[in-house]
Design a protein around this ligand. Structure first.
Ligand SMILES: Nc1ncnc2c1ncn2[C@@H]1O[C@H](COP(=O)(O)OP(=O)(O)OP(=O)(O)O)[C@@H](O)[C@H]1O
Ligand SMILES: [Mg+2]
Length: 231
């Protein structure tokens, strides 16, 4: 079966529960060039094809000179900032690329529940399919995430939530069964709700995903092996 590109993955839950690490795994498995906005320094160094940038000027210059390499070597370009203007610029750049993954960490920090129709992130959400962009986002506060984003999300990954407002949102969006499970879920455990699939009763499948430190390490090792083979 051909993989569907332009899939939206939304990760939600409390700090320290493994959201960035889960996304790191998902991005490596997706095996596409990636632009990453890493707000919390959650991405460790990893070989030659993971490159770090402090601002968009630097990142855009790199892409002007090395776009072919970015695509062919499936590089990960990581922007480390908390500046909302840099977020907008990253989205403008991502929209000019095609067949890439884009990850925005702490997405609610950059855009609230209502998203300006003039923003590049709005364009990515609503017309990113033309560029075949796979979008990944993580947030500690589900209630604060743009509804434009949640309405277009294909796969949700939910871990521990404690704030009442977030809780109410999860209950209303996914039902009481899910919100009850979220109350006691352990670190590095995620409920995965796949909106692209439907059960016989019309509900979406819900599965438990547990990430493991060893899994992350073995994926890093595989990635480095692949890199040295391609040299
Ligand atoms: N499956 C795991 N097993 C053991 N440790 C893990 C696992 N996943 C992540 N960690 C470690 O736990 C810590 C928190 O993980 P991570 O940064 O991914 O959480 P987070 O939810 O993104 O947190 P924050 O909201 O602060 O960004 C990190 O030190 C990470 O290396
Ligand atoms: Mg994180």
């Amino acid at each position: 079966m051909q993989a569907k590109f332009n899939t939206f993955h939304t990760i939600m839950g409390k700090k320290g529960y493994g959201k960035s690490s889960l996304c790191d795994i998902l991005l490596i498995l997706n095996n596409r060039p990636a632009l990453i906005l890493d707000t919390t320094n959650g991405f460790p160094p990893l070989g030659k094809n993971r490159l770090f940038f402090d601002d968009m000027e630097e990142l855009n210059l790199y892409l002007q000179l090395h776009y072919k390499e970015f695509i062919s070597k499936k590089q990960q370009l990581i922007l480390q900032t908390r500046d909302p203007e840099q977020f907008e610029e990253l989205c403008i750049t991502a929209y000019k690329c095609s067949k890439i993954s884009l990850f925005i960490d702490e997405v609610d920090f950059y855009c609230g529940a209502s998203l300006s129709k003039k923003s590049a992130f709005y364009d990515i959400i609503h017309t990113g399919r033309h560029q075949e962009i796979d979008l990944y986002t993580a947030s500690r506060r589900p209630a604060n995430i743009s509804r434009d984003l949640t309405s277009q999300t294909d796969i949700f990954y939910l871990t521990m939530t404690t704030e009442n407002r977030d809780f109410d949102y999860i209950k209303q969006a996914f039902g009481e069964d899910v919100s009850d499970k979220i109350k006691t879920i352990k670190p590095f455990h995620f409920l995965v709700i796949d909106k692209t699939k439907t059960n016989a009763d019309g509900s979406n499948p819900i599965n438990l995903l547990i990430t493991k430190k060893e899994q992350l390490e073995s994926i890093y090792r595989l990635n480095l092996k692949k890199e040295s083979k391609n040299d």
